[in-house]
Design a protein around this ligand. Sequence first.
Ligand code: NAD
Length: 258
Amino acid sequence: MTVTVMTGSASGMGAATRKRFERSGDKVIGIDIRDAEIIADLSTHEGRAHAISSVKQRCKALDRLVSCAGLATYARPVSLIASVNYFGTVKLLDGLLELLEKGENPAAVVTLSNSAQWVPIDEEPYFQALLRHDEAEAVKILDEAPDAFMAAGMAYVGSKLALGRAVRQRAMTWGKAGVRLNGVAPGNTKTPMFQKILDDPNLRDGVPNMEIPLGQLNEPDEVASLIAFLCSPEASAIHGSIFYIDGGTDALIRPDRF
Ligand code: NAD
């Protein structure tokens, strides 16, 4: 039986992916702050360590790891966005690699965002702190920022861009370990996260009013379908790649970059 560990399994894309795997008869071990087999707060060192040790107690080998846990710009303190989206995700990837190495056709997928490259952020001290993997400094910069609204936008975009780089930087080590690692970069998707943004007048106005060439928002199950494909043996040559799933929005905004 295929064994999958998933973060963010309680809601949205994570819940949709979970359903998809379970329909195929897979065993899914969810990690979430609520409604999951393993309850863990991935914003904290203790929560991450608890998640990793709980997975190790439950299985000796892992076939798939899917990371969907994430927070958007509504999160306060703002630093939670960096701690969950980037530091928590990377810690789990690295902490569970040794189990994935023992799995069958092992693969991991992390959830990024199509917006990760729309804002120049490379030179920002916050982003540099992410690249140095300096969580204390990243947290300090975000929580001391004079404008929490602006800081939240930077926190989110930076967390996803740094996570995409983390995926690509691991191509050799993970490839040599026999474990494929890829990212999906969704556009706006009909999940509780997106609804929470739409329900808040301040945040709603901050959502880029982007045209979607295909004319509609993603359904969570459409993202789940891409994740499931990337995890499957049919994707055996795909590794270190980022897949946009946004109805063509990123292509519209950055037609010359891919
Ligand atoms: P969601 O809010 O529906 O689900 C996110 C899950 O993460 C929830 O189950 C939540 O409990 C869990 N989570 C949050 N904080 C946590 C913590 N500290 N520890 C453990 N678990 C925690 O969101 P979604 O829309 O399904 O988003 C899934 C992923 O896709 C996220 O990483 C998000 O950033 C990304 N994304 C979403 C959209 C969108 O429009 N919905 C677009 C681009 C990228």
